[in-house]
Unconditional design. Structure first.
Length: 238
């Protein structure tokens, strides 16, 4: 910006010169745009892949025998990702602590790999095979989780119901688990609606209605209702 003074009127005028942005500045802006766009796309792909893996490409077994049978038939089992057979191989175990094994790690799930090496025609992706009594990303077992939810709904005191489990977790875990349950209620009841009608009961507590529907759907199942939910519907409780 330059200033000039009119000799007759004494006014000061401002002269603005529009300069084109330098090539270096344009490259910097393009680089920032690329980083932001790439970051957003990565988050979108991770969310989609996580949803796809948790809903479609995970297997839930009701017993150790069912898991062994699955491993015995891996070579004739199609990959849930690419649908190709004769490419699946065992790819390790997922071990961790839970409510019943607080000092020693126990088996929670297995990984299966669709081999794409050594002339194999697989897609190179993996999927998980879980036991029905284990809850993904949760220290509690399916039976302990049902105990907590039922006692919390019955007594109205979530913290007291959680402390009865003697799980060793902090009190803050109470509300984290309860929030996960509340957020999953719509999906749970939608899935249960395909198995049986909801129970004819009146209650202003949605959580109570959800648990009653769960109990009705798997009342005669040998597994805990939450474990039976996963084994029968092949989807995680939450």
């Amino acid at each position: 910006m330059q200033f000039s003074k009119n000799s007759t009127s004494g006014e000061v005028h401002h002269h603005t010169h529009d300069r084109k942005a330098s090539p270096r500045f344009l490259r910097f802006r393009l680089w920032i745009f690329f980083l932001v766009f790439h970051s957003v796309r990565q988050r979108q792909h991770r969310a989609i892949d996580g949803l796809y893996d948790s809903v479609v490409c995970s297997r839930i077994c009701s017993s150790k025998q069912e898991l062994d049978d699955l491993f015995a038939k891996l070579k004739i089992t199609p990959c849930p990702h690419c649908k190709i057979t004769r490419a699946l191989i065992k790819h390790g175990l997922l071990r961790g602590y839970d409510h019943n094994h607080q000092l020693n790690k126990t088996f929670r799930a297995a990984r299966v790999f669709c081999s794409n090496g050594h002339r194999a025609t697989g897609c190179g992706r993996t999927f998980s095979v879980w036991m029905a009594d284990k809850i993904k990303r949760l220290f509690l077992s399916a039976y302990s989780l049902l105990q907590f939810l039922s006692n919390a709904v019955g007594s109205g005191n979530k913290l007291q119901a959680f402390r009865k489990l003697n799980s060793g977790l902090s009190d803050s875990a109470t509300y984290h688990i309860w929030r996960r349950f509340l957020n999953a209620q719509v999906a749970i009841r939608t899935a249960l609606a395909g198995l049986c009608e909801r129970p004819q009961m009146v209650s202003d507590c949605p959580a109570k209605l959800t648990l009653a529907h769960l109990q009705k759907a798997f009342n005669e199942h040998p597994l805990s209702p939450i474990a039976a939910f996963g084994a029968a519907l092949q989807r995680f409780f939450f």
